[in-house]
Write a protein that binds this ligand. Structure first.
Ligand SMILES: [Zn+2]
Ligand SMILES: [Zn+2]
Length: 303
C-alpha cells in the first residue's frame, strides 16, 4: 500500500512542476493541438524505478458498427469495435488503463442493438480492477469509466482511481449518459489530477493531454523495460485506418473537437511512419489488437 501511495505521489509532484510555456499562449491553444515525442520520452524517464515489462489487452464486449462510422468516407462494410481494458504490468504490480462497463451500459451504448457482452471476461475485468495498484483513464466515456462509477466495489476501487480534472468536469456537468453523472462530493472519493501538457505518471509512463474526442481525453506513452514503446491513444481514432488516412470519425452521436482530433491524427500518422519502435494502440480496433497479440506485442489476457 505504501509503495502504491509513493508511486502516485511521485507522479503528482512531477506534474505540478511541469507546467510548460503552453499555458502562456491561450489564444493558440483553443483549437490547435500538438505534442513533441522527444519531450514525452524525456518525461517518461523522470520517475526512477523499474519500467513495465508488458501490456495486456482484454476484450469484454463488441459493438458491430460499419466502417463508415469509424472512418469518414469508408464503405459501410462490417466492422467490430472491441470494448477493451489494458493492463500495464510492472515487476511489482500493475496499473489498469480504463475500467470497462457493466452490461447495462453496454446496452445503452448499443442504442437498442443486441451485441455481444462476454460476462466471463467482464468478471476478469472486475477482478483485475480490484487487484490493481492504480486505475487510470484514456477518457470519460461510459465504455471506459463505468467500471469505477457504477460498481459494487466502489469503496475499494475509488481510492486508487485517478481521474483528471477535465474528466471529472465532464462527469459532473455533461456526462455521456445521465447515470454516469457524479456530484462534486462523489468526485472527491477519487484521486483528481491536473497537468498542462505532459505528466510523468510512473516509471516509463507519460500522460499526454489530448482533449478532442472528449474534453478529458489523454494519450499514454509507455516505455517497457525491453525498450519497446507504446502509445495508447484511447478513442482519438476508433480504427487505425483513421491514423493511416488521417481521416476521423463520422458518427453523429459523438461530438468531438474535430480540429484537435485532426491535429492528433496527423501527429500519430507522422509517428507511425517515423517511429518504428513505437506501437500505437487504439482502444477499439479489434483488427489491430488481434495482430498485436499474434505478434506478441500485446498479451491477450489479464493476469
Ligand atoms: Zn469514447
Ligand atoms: Zn470508447
Amino acid at each position: 500500500m505504501k509503495r502504491a501511495a509513493l508511486f502516485l505521489c511521485f507522479g503528482l509532484l512531477l506534474a505540478s512542476s511541469f507546467a510548460t510555456r503552453a499555458q502562456q499562449t491561450p489564444a493558440a491553444a483553443a483549437s490547435s493541438w500538438s505534442a513533441d515525442i522527444s519531450q514525452i520520452r524525456h518525461t517518461a524517464a523522470l520517475i526512477p524505478g523499474r519500467k513495465p515489462t508488458r501490456i495486456n489487452v482484454l476484450k469484454f464486449a463488441e459493438s458491430h458498427r460499419t466502417k463508415n462510422f469509424s472512418v469518414k468516407g469508408e464503405p459501410a462494410t462490417p466492422s467490430v469495435q472491441a470494448r477493451t481494458v489494458f493492463q500495464v504490468v510492472y515487476p511489482e504490480g500493475y496499473v489498469m488503463v480504463d475500467a470497462g462497463m457493466d452490461e447495462q451500459m453496454h446496452k445503452q451504448i448499443g442504442r437498442g442493438a443486441e451485441e455481444p457482452y462476454f460476462s466471463e471476461q467482464a468478471q476478469q475485468v472486475d477482478k483485475a480492477l480490484r487487484g490493481a495498484r492504480a486505475i487510470i483513464f484514456t477518457h470519460e466515456h461510459g465504455d471506459h469509466v463505468t467500471g469505477v462509477i457504477r460498481t459494487p466495489y466502489l469503496s475499494e476501487l475509488a481510492p486508487k482511481t485517478i481521474l483528471t480534472r477535465a474528466q471529472v468536469r465532464t462527469l459532473e456537468t455533461t456526462p455521456q449518459f445521465p447515470d454516469l453523472r457524479i456530484t462534486e462530493e462523489q468526485a472527491l472519493r477519487y484521486h483528481i489530477i491536473d497537468y498542462d501538457r505532459y505528466m510523468a505518471f510512473a516509471p516509463g509512463w507519460t500522460l499526454i493531454k489530448a482533449a478532442g474526442h472528449t474534453p478529458g481525453s489523454q494519450m499514454m506513452f509507455i516505455a517497457l523495460e525491453s525498450g519497446r514503446e507504446y502509445l495508447l491513444i484511447g478513442d482519438a481514432a476508433w480504427h487505425m485506418d483513421s491514423v493511416r488516412k488521417m481521416t476521423g470519425k463520422d458518427a453523429p452521436w459523438i461530438v468531438e473537437d474535430s480540429s484537435a482530433v485532426s491535429d492528433q491524427l496527423k501527429w500519430l500518422n507522422t509517428l507511425s511512419n517515423s517511429e518504428k519502435n513505437l506501437v500505437i494502440v487504439a482502444s477499439h480496433d479489434d483488427d489491430e489488437h488481434r495482430e498485436l497479440i499474434a505478434r506478441k506485442l500485446l498479451g491477450g489476457k489479464l493476469e
